[in-house]
Write a protein that binds this ligand. Structure first.
Ligand code: TNX
Length: 531
């Protein structure tokens, strides 16, 4: 029959265009419940967005930037309206802050967020109810949606040390994360091959540690170098810009400052921080390197605290990632200062010394009101009392931590290392190894069966890691991330009983057109192997 929306269409003088497609409800990640209705809302130039608080107005303007691409215009943001209106309303229900309801009928689109975060996610869902073809007006299919995330921590990581990625790309990365309802960006800022965050009191981190003389090309074992100097770092102003941008997209940025391993770039700048005193050079090969921060030297702690004193004001996140992975102990074994410290503290061995480093830094960060996250090696030699464990060598570290009642983020290499190959195609660009196709990501279950219901509560969520040894350009990075991150988004947000791979693939076919609108270089050929 003739709907009110169609009457609306006639009334705005566009009687010629009656065959605007109604559109189909195809949302990723799948909401908790979706009820389709017969009616639909016609969005046109005269539609207004009703928003009353600052966060919702900001969200409204993000909706407008999507619409600008799609329809060529933006909607007016108004204080009220109950006809031809998209109404945003945010409550203050912090118990389930990211939940929302979305109702589309002939007169209005209403999003009720439990908080502004929920409203933001409701708007992300609304964007997915819009058509993907450019049009000046469009029907939004009638629907009644209730939604909330399964996990509180939904993360993507990015290694900007092995290869550097510019601020514009980081913003696009965050944009795409938000579109998939990810809420945490783990920014891996320091490593052997480069220190990438400006620390004003240590200028040699910029002058020396941010640059390397050449990079490896080809495979890990080939030992071929390109002979070209390589470098880059983010100024503190740029970091602030990224953190602000992320906050507008309800993404928390967690910085990672690696210790005591993966520290060669810092040692090249300040050789007194290593056990041998150097000289050191910023790393040019990948892997696990022997020279690490000297755990017996007090100036190391002064340095790390000094770094944190500049890092903390830049990042309002509750969590700071302190690394803790892959720290060889060979230097400490031969270092008189490290051995003296082991003796003085009555420690068992070098693993206990590593644990001492982490616990000492935890105390410092706790005293500033922050919590630490570390890779699962921080379990060795005893977990720092309040630490969250990021389980990367499989799920075992996470299981052990949950059993000790510590929070856990699951990032197992088996399912969420997006530096791995994603298809067996012959044209696949060189990758570190592994095989993690979209289907495998989609099968990932972050909560191990081994845990009791009580222990399972410590699994706060999961994250995909993007180590960039073999990923040297922005286009290549997008290719590695999407559509695998799209699959992970559903794992993290949607209820497990809603998971259906074939149904996901159906929705993905439409979803990639949204990625096209965002000019994302996702891996297209994986469709051929996905079936
Ligand atoms: C291990 S995962 C690392 C990284 C490498 C990665 C390559 C982790 C905590 N450490 O330093 O980039 O393997 O996949």
């Amino acid at each position: 029959g003739l709907s009110l929306a169609m009457l609306g269409l006639f009334s705005c003088g566009n009687a010629g265009k009656t065959n605007v497609p109604k559109g189909k409800v195809s949302i990723i990640p799948m909401p908790v419940s979706v009820q389709e209705k017969a009616d639909s809302f016609l969005l046109n130039k005269r539609t207004v967005i009703v928003a009353s608080n600052e966060a919702d107005k900001q969200t409204a303007s993000l909706f407008n930037s999507w619409l600008k691409e799609l329809a060529g215009y933006e909607l007016q943001i108004a204080a009220q309206g109950d006809n031809n209106a998209i109404i945003l309303h945010s409550a203050a229900d912090s118990a389930n802050a990211e939940g929302y309801t979305l109702d589309v009928n002939n007169k209005t689109v209403t999003i009720n967020g439990n908080t502004s975060a929920g409203t933001f996610y409701g708007v992300q869902t609304l964007i997915q109810l819009l058509p993907v073809e450019k049009a000046s007006e469009m029907y939004i299919p009638g629907a009644d949606i209730k939604d909330q995330p399964r996990f509180a921590y939904r993360g993507l990581h990015l290694d900007v040390c092995r290869h550097f990625f510019p601020v514009d790309f980081i913003k696009k990365y965050i944009d795409l994360m938000a579109m998939h309802k990810f809420n945490t960006f783990h920014w891996h800022l320091t490593d052997d091959q480069g220190w990438r965050i400006e620390i004003k009191r240590y200028p040699r981190l910029q002058e020396v540690a941010s640059k390397r003389k050449e990079s490896m090309v080809g495979h890990y074992n080939d030992g071929k170098y390109d002979g070209k100097p390589y470098g880059g770092f983010y100024t503190q102003e740029e970091v602030k810009e990224v953190v602000k941008y992320a906050a507008e997209h309800f993404v928390t940025v967690i910085p990672e400052i690696e210790m005591p391993g993966h520290a060669l770039a810092a040692l090249a700048a300040y050789p007194n921080l290593g056990c041998t005193g150097g000289p050191y050079e910023v790393g040019t090969r990948w892997g696990v390197l022997d020279d690490v921060f000297c755990a017996g030297n007090d100036s190391v702690y002064t340095f790390l605290e000094g770094v944190m004193d500049e890092v903390l004001p830049l990042f309002p996140s509750k969590y700071i990632h302190i690394g803790g992975d892959e720290c060889p102990k060979v230097r400490w074994q031969k270092c008189p200062k490290c051995q003296a410290r082991i003796k003085a503290l009555g420690l068992k061995d070098e693993h206990a010394l590593q644990s001492y480093v982490i616990q000492r830094m935890e105390k410092y960060l706790n005293s500033k009101g922050r919590q630490i996250i570390g890779w699962d090696e921080i379990l060795e030699g005893g977990l720092a009392p309040n630490a969250t464990v990021m389980s990367w060598r499989g799920m075992e570290g996470g299981i052990a931590a949950a059993k000790q009642h510590h929070n856990v983020i699951m990032t197992p290499g088996s399912h969420v290392y997006f530096d791995h190959y994603q298809s067996k195609g012959k044209t696949e660009p060189l990758a570190i190894g592994g095989f993690t196709p979209v289907s495998k990501v989609y099968e990932f279950e972050p909560v191990p069966k081994e845990l009791t219901a009580e222990e399972a509560k410590y699994i706060k969520g999961a994250q995909a890691n993007l180590w960039s040894e073999y990923i040297g350009s922005t286009g290549h990075m997008e290719y590695m991330v999407y559509p695998r991150a799209t699959a992970l988004a559903e794992v993290l947000w949607s209820q497990p009983e809603k998971r259906d791979y074939n149904n996901f693939l159906d929705r993905l076919k439409l979803h990639v057109k949204r990625l096209d609108l965002k000019k994302v270089n996702y891996a297209k050929h994986v469709f051929e192997v996905m079936g």
